[in-house]
Ligand binder design. Structure first.
Ligand code: ARG
Length: 388
């Protein structure tokens, strides 16, 4: 009983020190904000022994739930954090093979959509452990549209995913007979045992809103649509020294994400020139502000259509005010609220929203969500695989 365990513990403790420190910091936060959770001493001791034995530890369901909510609260890029406490957490930490991960993601889409009354939700799959790496979802979101490079170099669909789409086709994905501008991409789930596997989304998992304009009748003829639920699926959730690379989460949309970015960006659907043309605007000179005028109408169409279809959405003026309410609450609770101005200020009429006119604390805090470089690469380039 002298050699083995002692040697094991001493080598173990060298590289487990960061996990130990992060665990302790998180447990302090958890117990400070959840007095009903009992005393912290025994829990820290227990977690310490588990780290000695395994190099990691298993969060209680309450710790996981709190950790995921606080990761949202701490995410400097999100304007919608007022409702951080309402995040529903699906504990799927025992789910780890590709087919089960995919099936649970499809359930997530159904439950989160909730007949249009969207529920903020996260599904947490197997964590990264010293003995087994966690699964990975390649896609940036559970629902994304294919982008097909045409012979003339233009792209049908979402140009952001042109490379991802062609990589999937190389891997054997068959696009619809007649490719369109809004073909839902399949999900790629990779595990160390199975490698990357491709799963078609079932129809019931995908809810979309066809876009029309409250006054401009021709707008519907553009054939534009967007999916109802944005589920980010390639961010890593980090809680108390434990990494959950597969933890897809969603809120509901703010209209400008679709109307001022996805449909309007030059390197996305690039709709502004066509809408300006149809509106009969003078596009011969920038000074008519035809871009700005068209952009506003696209955004009106998005908000109008989501409302018409009873799908939750928010506008950037309302959401900016809510965010300032959130900041006040956090301040009153004695907490810092890390905020990235460049992500918080809406891409339309920024100076008309109160979030524009102030400075923010930028010191990062944990728990949080991370956009890892390799994950971004997989989401846009369709590889290379995480495990080879
Ligand atoms: N901006 C992303 C998109 O347009 C979605 C990011 C998350 N947005 C949200 N409202 N939760 O798809």
């Amino acid at each position: 009983m002298v050699g083995g365990p002692v040697a094991e513990r001493s080598t173990g403790s060298a590289d487990t020190e960061p996990v130990r420190a992060a665990a302790e910091q998180f447990l302090k936060l958890f117990h400070a904000e959840n007095p009903q959770a009992g005393s912290i001493g025994p829990r820290i001791a227990e977690v310490g022994r588990e780290i000695d034995r395994t190099g990691t530890y298993w969060h209680t369901t309450d710790e996981l739930t709190f950790g995921a909510r606080v990761a949202w609260r701490n995410n400097a890029r999100c304007i919608g954090r007022l409702y951080w406490h309402s995040l529903q957490v699906r504990d799927l930490r025992t789910v780890s093979d590709a087919g089960d991960v995919a099936a649970q993601c499809f359930d997530h889409l159904r439950v989160a959509h909730n007949d249009g009354k969207i529920r903020p939700m996260i599904s947490v799959f197997s964590p990264e452990t010293p003995t087994r790496p966690a699964p990975r979802i390649w896609n940036e979101q559970l629902i994304r549209y294919a982008g097909y490079e045409q012979p003339d170099g233009r792209v049908l669909g979402d140009p952001r995913y042109r490379t991802f789409t062609s990589e999937l086709i190389q891997r054997g994905w068959r696009p619809p007979e007649l490719p369109g501008a809004f073909d839902v991409l399949p999900l790629v789930v990779e595990t160390v045992e199975e490698g990357p596997r491709v799963f078609q989304l079932p129809g019931q998992a995908v809810h979309e809103v066809p876009l029309e304009h409250p006054e401009l009748g021709w707008f519907a003829d553009l054939g534009m649509r967007w999916h109802a639920v944005p589920v980010i699926s390639n961010n890593r959730l980090e809680i108390g020294g434990v990494s959950y690379p597969t933890a897809p989460f969603n809120g509901w949309y703010m209209g400008t994400e679709i109307g001022a970015r996805n449909l309007a960006d030059n390197d996305r659907y690039d709709l502004v020139p066509e809408v300006a043309e149809r509106m009969g605007l003078d596009t011969s000179t920038e000074s008519t502000l035809w871009r700005d005028r068209a952009l506003v109408e696209i955004n009106r169409a998005v908000l109008h259509s989501f409302h018409l279809n009873n799908v939750s959405i928010t506008d950037h003026h309302t959401e900016s005010r809510r965010f300032l309410t959130h900041l006040e609450r956090e301040e009153r609770a004695g907490r810092r609220c890390p905020t990235d101005w460049t992500w918080i200020v809406p891409p339309l009429s920024g100076s008309q929203t109160p979030v524009f006119h102030r400075h923010y604390n930028t010191t990062p805090q944990l728990p949080n969500f991370f956009t890892d470089t390799e994950a971004t690469h997989r989401a846009l380039q369709g590889g290379p695989p995480a495990f080879r």
